[in-house]
Design a protein around this ligand. Structure first.
Ligand SMILES: Cc1cc2nc3c(=O)[nH]c(=O)nc-3n(C[C@H](O)[C@H](O)[C@H](O)COP(=O)(O)OP(=O)(O)OC[C@H]3O[C@@H](n4cnc5c(N)ncnc54)[C@H](O)[C@@H]3O)c2cc1C
Length: 446
């Protein structure tokens, strides 16, 4: 249809949906990502708690686009984006220029200047983050399981910062892991999982009923919930809370907030709330013709009472595809269309047999297996953008939800795999190199 080329920065849910839609319309695309794979963030806590291997939630971009004509994938970190010139400067010095530029670079952890948080916590925003946390916990647990490590106060205790879905899911999974290991008789003293949040309820945007349900379920699996208290400082061996108390721990998981990707800084526009790019209703970036921002890196209008839409997979996927359609309108000289979000609701897993969901226009509330079914439907749809065999995900997920089998944390074995049936060459290159992670705009990586 055209000899134009669209640059897409980021191969997450938003960038992949955008590139696939553009390719469908016959528009050539260059998609740039620092990783050679797409990562599925909703299942990061499963990797961290040894329920799934990291490769199962990281799918190589070359595999995703194998049968799609017109998508060129470049695996390199973008050092700078210039929205005025619709240009990307790569870390290796190359420069890419496009007729259009779509920013889909996602987010990064925000430590809110808490002393020691950047140095001593484990954020949970990428597959590499999840794998680092898993290996750290495995190291601690291995010594306790085989009796080689002398018990120290707090050695296995974990503090999770943040009572949103990430913090709740991680607390649930780690509490269940500790209980399951304890039940085998090999772990004399299971680690205590403490969730800390400044607010007065878990899962803030959900209903009061869901707040209570999440609190009860986590308490039932042994978690300690501390609400109305913030983290004052993080040290290598403890967390200081702002009520004057301290919790001894070597493992602090940071789910305490996020901001727009580092690459958005200096790209041109003054950033809005949360370090994100404010966009117009059609997802274009004001005063920068030919540019769009989608997914987590963007403040997208359309939420209730004038708020922006939340950082959710379905917002990312839908906005990515919508921006692609508006690029096509641009190329044809047609007017662009304001983004219409099809709200899938909000949902969170709290553990095996425990989930909450609020779906539909009137936020119909659900708990337990029904809520899990809603979660599954929405997440299978998200995954369908990157996997053709979502039935493997459905089988694995029901098995996880239903059955009570302990996770594998032994260094010599690996957790049960998702039966994706990918080709043997379809392996992502997951680097745990901390310098690389820091360079990629995550200064916090311990
Ligand atoms: C722990 C966790 C759990 C979540 N659970 C859920 C859930 O259950 N349900 C739900 O709907 N949503 C969930 N979310 C939110 C959802 O995952 C995000 O909204 C969605 O993935 C955002 O997609 P995106 O494409 O905008 O960004 P991302 O998926 O983050 O993709 C951004 C891409 O840009 C690349 N990139 C960034 N900077 C550069 C650079 N400088 N150079 C090159 N490449 C770069 C990154 O490598 C990445 O691949 C969760 C998020 C987290 C962190």
């Amino acid at each position: 249809m055209t000899s134009e080329r669209v640059l897409v920065l980021g191969g997450g849910l938003a960038g992949v949906a955008c590139a696939l839609q553009l390719a469908d319309e016959g528009v050539p695309v260059t998609l740039v990502d620092r990783n050679d794979y797409h990562q599925f963030q909703p299942l990061l806590y499963q990797v961290a708690s040894s329920q799934l291997p990291a490769e199962d939630i990281a799918r190589p971009h070359r595999t995703i686009f194998k049968e799609t004509e017109g998508v060129e994938v470049v695996t390199e970190r973008v050092a700078a984006a210039d929205l005025a010139g619709r240009m990307l400067t790569l870390a290796d010095g190359r420069r890419l220029e496009g007729s259009h530029l779509v920013m889909a670079a996602g987010s990064r952890p925000n430590f809110f200047h808490v002393p020691g948080a950047a140095e001593h916590t484990f954020p949970l925003y990428s597959v590499a983050d999840a794998e680092r946390l898993r290996l750290h916990l495995q190291g601690l647990l291995q010594g306790a399981l085989d009796g080689t490590a002398a018990p120290e106060p707090g050695a296995l205790d974990v503090v999770v910062v943040g009572g949103g879905p990430t913090g709740v899911e991680t607390t649930g999974a780690l509490s269940e892991l500790m209980r399951a290991l304890h039940a085998t008789g090999r772990l004399a003293e299971p680690g205590r999982i403490t969730l800390v949040d400044r607010g007065d309820a878990l899962l803030g945007p959900f209903s009061d009923k869901a707040h209570g349900y999440a609190h009860d379920r986590l308490t039932k699996v042994g978690a300690d919930i501390r609400l109305g208290v913030g983290v004052a400082a993080v040290h290598a061996d403890r967390v200081d809370l702002d009520d004057g108390t301290s919790l001894p721990t070597r493992t602090v998981v940071w789910g305490g907030g996020e901001s727009g990707a580092a690459v958005a800084e200096g790209a041109g526009p003054t950033l809005g709330r949360g370090g994100r790019i404010d966009v117009l209703p059609d997802l274009s970036i004001p005063d920068h013709p030919g540019t769009y921002a989608v997914g987590d890196v963007a403040n997208i209008p359309g939420g209730p009472d004038g708020a922006v839409l939340p950082q959710l997979g379905s917002v990312a996927q839908q906005s990515g595809a919508w921006a692609a359609r508006n690029v096509v309108h641009d190329l044809r000289g047609e007017p662009t269309e304001p983004f219409v979000y099809k709200d899938k609701g909000i949902m969170a897993m709290i553990g095996r047999n425990a989930a909450v969901a609020e779906v539909g226009k009137h936020r119909h509330e659900m708990e337990g297996p029904l809520a899990f079914a809603a979660w599954l439907g929405v997440h299978a749809m998200l995954l369908s953008g990157v996997h053709s065999k979502t039935d493997a995900f459905l089988t694995w997920a029901w098995d996880y939800f239903d059955r009570d089998h302990a996770a594998v944390v032994e260094a010599t074995t690996s957790p049960e795999r998702l039966a994706w049936a990918d080709h043997g060459d379809d392996i992502p290159h997951i680097s745990l190199d901390r310098t690389a992670a820091r360079d990629a705009g995550n200064p916090a990586t311990p």
